[in-house]
Design a protein around this ligand. Structure first.
Ligand code: GCV
Length: 680
């Protein structure tokens, strides 16, 4: 039986979202898979010659006169020119993909204008993405894993791509998904988990015809398809004696395997590789470097224009908690920074945004500024592994915006470093942005319907990191609820801002104090367990004891991690005086009585923030309840039921977090809560 639900929520592209573009006449000029998609999108409009049509979509080779325009600026690479004049809309993309994205952008502009109560003025706008690569990674398995389910760290049902050990026959849902992604500017998709199990390893060889079917779908929406591959493929699939990257037979095996991929999928994107990481095979076994490993695959892909996305998530996951000199936060920089300049041009080194692993709060990874001769991509996690697993409301855009706007080398932002937009004295080739997707076969795509906003926000920030989290939420609301009347739409927007704008800060306040992460139930990573990982081999310790808490990562007395940052951050984080409160325990081990810049002590902060955050949930629930009269009209009943079910679980879980953490730190420190609130 198929696990695909029959009624799927349209996310941010309900029919009403495109209605402003299909109410009159339309023309699409040119051929190709993306222009054909644009044609289908405009099928509801009456056809008309391009010179006269109300809505026109074309590519840069069309001439202004044919489109009924006096003049037409050249569309920028990957982008589009949009001309609004006298009620007409003409979208001209650099290529078909850019034209299609421009069409969706016009729907977004119309929706936002409506929410703001204004009309879109005439004029010419030129729009191109800030990040040259905007990729989504899927941690989907072909088979269902006994512990992880089908999608590793997936909280929204099974895989959209695979069912019962193979690519689905019916890819209608993948089309819907690709459409959503095209509308937010995504241009690349990796379809399988970076932990490549034996079955999925065969996608590279035995299942190519099926991968080609997925690639056909994504191509029609302007995206290229990638596969995660196992570094162990030559032995596993080719039955060679070794995977040594410098071995001639291994090199020949990768060349031949890759030639076959391109013979089947000529515009294939390339490979994503997790090597020497959490048990995956890699070059270390042969005494080779990660540059040797990545360049092996780069060599095979280069003749075809393909890219290797090599992950920098390499650390010792068999650590002893007594060993205070090994610091997982240091690992990626220690392994990769010395290799700068040694990666082939078609290698992108994909670095998680923080040095640990997608915790609620981490500093920005210093690796992002440490490799100016390497294409560094920054990896975000849309799927909410450590941020509430799509049961808690946690709108991630505010944190992503902070990371992307962080001036890591004192001058350039993370977004600029990823985009390769740096100054002449510090050129950096572009790597782009990638993120782990949060979708599945769930009828709402993302489990919690409001988690759709995170996927939406990732695409929008990869396009333009200067957008504010609030602006992005407005767009998402205006599109998602495009069927609501004006008054209802305004109320929905107000309620969702009240629920979502500060939702990540609230989640942080009841879960992860002052930069401490990993106080979660081991394995599943949901719910509190203060010491769950404290004596495990994963290197994720907080070192809480009766006297204090935190990890000393200073150069002076700790692991030296602060020394991996360029100025001014190495000095800022090294000093207790200047280290920001929210990262204090990430960088320093302090007594519970240490006084924060906020004036509170560490332990009182733990007590207060948890209690206050749970109290705020009254307002969150109240905001949703205020929309009750719209349920059944502007808000579908099933949508409301799902949101209410998730809010109830969020409260239950938040109370559990509050009580476990307050109790643990009361017991550990022996210091009472100054407010006298009950400790359980
Ligand atoms: C795909 C964390 C997650 C793993 C994930 C890994 C990674 O450790 O818990 O599930 O594996 O990150 O990013 O490779």
């Amino acid at each position: 039986m198929s696990s695909t639900p029959s009624r799927v929520h349209p996310a941010w592209l309900p029919p009403e979202a495109l209605a402003p573009l299909t109410s009159g006449t339309a023309a699409v000029v040119g051929d190709g898979p993306c222009l054909d998609t644009a044609r289908r999108e405009l099928a509801g409009a009456r056809p008309a010659p391009a010179r006269e049509a109300d809505v026109v979509v074309a590519t840069g080779d069309a001439c202004a006169d044919d489109l009924g325009l006096a003049e037409l600026p050249a569309p920028p690479p990957r982008g589009a020119v949009t001309v609004r004049t006298g009620g007409r809309l003409v979208v001209v993309g650099h290529d078909g993909a850019a034209a299609l994205r421009g069409l969706y952008a016009a729907a977004r502009t119309a929706a936002r204008a409506r929410l703001a109560g204004r009309s879109t003025p005439d004029g010419v706008s030129i729009d191109a993405p800030e990040q040259p690569r905007r990729m989504l990674d899927h941690w989907d398995n072909m088979e269902v894993h006994p512990v992880m389910g089908q999608v590793e760290r997936g909280y929204a049902g099974g895989s959209l791509f695979f069912e019962a050990g193979r690519v689905r026959d019916d890819l209608a849902r993948v089309h819907e998904y690709a459409r959503l992604l095209a509308s937010i500017g995504i241009d690349a998709v990796a379809v399988n988990n970076v932990n490549v199990h034996e079955r999925e390893a065969h996608l590279l060889t035995d299942d190519l015809a099926d991968v080609a079917r997925l690639a056909d779908v994504f191509r029609a929406y302007g995206m290229v398809t990638y596969l995660s591959v196992s570094f162990g493929s030559p032995r596993l699939l080719g039955h060679l004696a070794t995977n040594d990257p410098l071995d001639e037979d291994v090199r020949a095996w990768w060349r031949q395997a890759t030639d076959r991929v391109y013979a089947t999928i000529p515009d294939f994107g390339g490979y994503v590789v997790k090597a020497d990481s959490e048990g995956q095979p890699g070059p270390f076994a042969y005494g080779r470097t990660h540059a040797d490993g990545a360049n092996l695959l780069a060599e095979a892909l280069r003749p075809h224009g393909g890219t290797v996305v090599w992950r920098a998530f390499v650390y010792d996951h068999r650590q002893d908690w007594r060993d205070r000199s090994t610091d997982r936060a240091r690992a990626a920089h220690d392994h990769f920074a010395p290799l700068d300049g040694r990666f082939a041009e078609n290698v992108v080194l994909q670095v998680k945004h923080g040095p640990m692993d997608f915790q609620v709060r981490e500093p920005v990874s210093p690796v992002i500024a440490a490799m100016p001769r390497t294409r560094v991509a920054v990896e975000l996690q849309v799927t909410q592994e450590y941020t509430g697993q799509q049961r808690h409301v946690a709108y991630l855009a505010p944190a992503w915006r902070e990371y992307l706007g962080f001036r890591l080398d004192g001058e350039h932002t993370v977004a600029q470093l990823a985009a390769g937009e740096t100054s002449p004295d510090r050129p950096q080739p572009a790597g782009g942005l990638a993120a782990v997707s949060n979708v599945g076969t769930d009828a709402f795509w993302t489990g919690h319907p409001l988690a759709q906003a995170n996927l939406y926000a990732f695409g929008r920030l990869a396009w333009d990191s200067s957008l504010t989290a609030e602006e992005i939420l407005d767009e998402w609301v205006a599109l998602t609820f495009a069927g609501a009347d004006d008054a209802a739409l305004t109320r929905i927007a107000a309620a969702l801002h009240a629920m979502m704008d500060d939702s990540l800060a609230r989640y942080e306040a009841y879960t992860a104090p002052l930069g401490i992460g990993f106080m979660v139930t081991p394995g599943v990573h949901y719910g509190p367990s203060v010491e769950g990982y404290e004596y495990s081999p994963w290197g994720t310790y907080h070192f809480a004891d009766r006297d204090g808490i935190g990890v000393d990562r200073t150069v002076a007395t700790g692991t030296g991690y602060t020394g991996q940052y360029p100025s001014p951050w190495r000095e800022t984080y090294e000093s207790l005086e200047t280290c920001p409160d929210e990262l204090l325990l990430f960088f320093h081990h302090v007594p519970y009585t240490h006084v924060l810049h906020s004036g509170s002590t560490v332990v009182q902060h733990v007590y207060d923030s948890r209690a206050d955050a749970v109290e705020q949930l009254d307002d969150v629930e109240g905001a949703w309840a205020s929309l009750a009269d719209l349920v059944g009209t502007a808000v579908p009943e099933a949508y409301d039921a799902r949101v209410r079910e998730r809010l109830a679980e969020q409260r239950r879980s938040a109370v559990e977090w509050r009580d476990q953490l307050r109790t643990y730190f009361h017991r550990a420190s022996g210091i009472p809560d100054a407010t006298g609130r009950a400790i359980y």
